[in-house]
Design a protein around this ligand. Structure first.
Ligand code: M6R
Length: 364
């Protein structure tokens, strides 16, 4: 049942190229050039903003999607964790598209937030793994992520499938709103079709990440840094590490470092930096250098070009495959997951069933 893997989590991490491939074939037309949403679809002319609500890992998928929607569809996106959103009783304009993201589709706070939005938002959409779940049933449109059953309490393949579906949704919003031209959309769809292959190459880093994780397992605190669309992935990396290795981990936007957390830097706290060679790379590197100047040890996760520029003085490096910018959050989720996994295995924790956690949180 674990298909030769030691844990469900390892199996589910390894399945990502396959399940993402399935999600892509579900949402793309036969020729791969159009995005097809399940009935009754979404009318993007009816919205001028998006509100996305979820918990835990699903919330970090919303966080990553905010960057996509704002960038390509020019739609303002508000995100919140469901337990805050529902009690805040926020004002809702009628031209709002509300999106609820949940693997189980049964998370109590997310369901309550969805019910709060009924009759207020123009449309209630959900991005779910379990199609017969309460959240799917109570939405106007349920968008399946097609990850298959996820057993590990730490969500992995559901996260990357949520990201894939949300990326497609952002591109479809951009097309419908006319904020992207045909050539650019075509480029994005072409690169999305290469995603399973790139994910496979990222998974090939398993052994490298295992070695790094042996050293990380000695740490009591770990800091994750990222800028722009890598910031949500830093959060997801920190959550994964906390959940299964019980190591205290925190994520910061690289640029926030000097506003406080830099005081924590010493030789004992590894700092993991997610930084593909993109438009924000130089900025992230300068923050990373501030860490190193204070004796911090940095694990830099970047690509060939990024590492050529910035490896000097870095404690450890991980060389990721080249990724089109737009897709980087999905691919960089893999080292975030594998670092947590191998660190937890090195510590001997119960990876699939970590203490105090349940797979589905159906009480508030
Ligand atoms: O089933 P859901 O996606 O609604 O669950 C939300 C969170 O409880 C879940 O993502 C949790 O944070 C995971 N343990 C993360 O690995």
């Amino acid at each position: 049942e674990k298909a030769g893997h030691k844990h469900f989590m390892a199996k589910e991490i390894a399945e990502q190229p396959t399940v993402i491939g399935e999600a892509l074939s579900y949402y793309l037309s036969g020729d791969g050039r159009r995005i097809v949403l399940p009935d009754p679809g979404l009318d993007f002319s009816a919205y001028d903003r998006v509100v996305m609500v979820a918990c835990g890992t699903a919330y970090f998928a919303c966080f990553a999607a905010k960057y996509w929607f704002e960038k390509v569809a020019r739609l303002p996106v508000e995100i919140d964790v469901a337990s805050e959103f529902r009690y805040r009783e926020p004002p809702v304009s009628p031209r709002t598209l509300a999106i609820f993201v949940s693997q189980s589709g049964e998370t109590a706070d997310t369901l309550a937030a969805l019910r709060y939005m009924k009759g207020k938002a123009a449309t209630i959409a959900s991005v779910v793994n379990v199609p017969e779940s309460s959240i799917a049933r109570e939405s106007d449109v349920a968008l399946p992520i097609l990850a298959g059953v996820e057993v590990g309490v730490a969500s992995t393949k559901a996260f990357s499938c949520q990201l894939t579906v949300l990326a497609l949704l952002a591109l479809e919003a951009a097309r419908a709103r006319g904020t992207i031209n045909d050539a650019a959309l075509d480029d994005h769809l072409t690169s999305l079709r290469t995603l399973p292959g790139i994910m496979t190459r990222a998974l090939d880093l398993d052994e490298t990440l295992n070695e790094v994780s042996q050293a990380l397992s000695e740490a009591t605190d770990v800091l994750f840094l990222g800028r722009g669309q890598m910031y949500p992935i830093a959060h997801e990396g920190a959550l994964k590490l906390k959940e299964i290795s019980y190591i205290h981990a925190e994520a910061y936007a690289s640029g926030e470092l000097k506003h406080g957390p830099i005081a924590l830097i010493d030789a004992h706290m590894p700092v993991i930096v997610f930084a593909p060679h993109d438009a924000l790379f130089e900025k992230t590197v300068s923050n990373m250098q501030e860490v190193m100047a204070r004796g911090g040890k940095v694990l830099l996760v970047s690509d060939r070009v990024g590492l050529e520029i910035a490896s000097e003085g870095v404690w450890r490096t991980v060389q990721m495959p080249e990724v089109p910018d737009f897709l980087a959050p999905i691919v960089y989720a893999i080292p975030a997951q594998l670092i947590a996994y191998h660190t937890a295995v090195a510590k001997g924790t119960d990876v699939d069933q970590p203490r105090n956690l349940a797979k589905s949180v159906t009480v508030e």
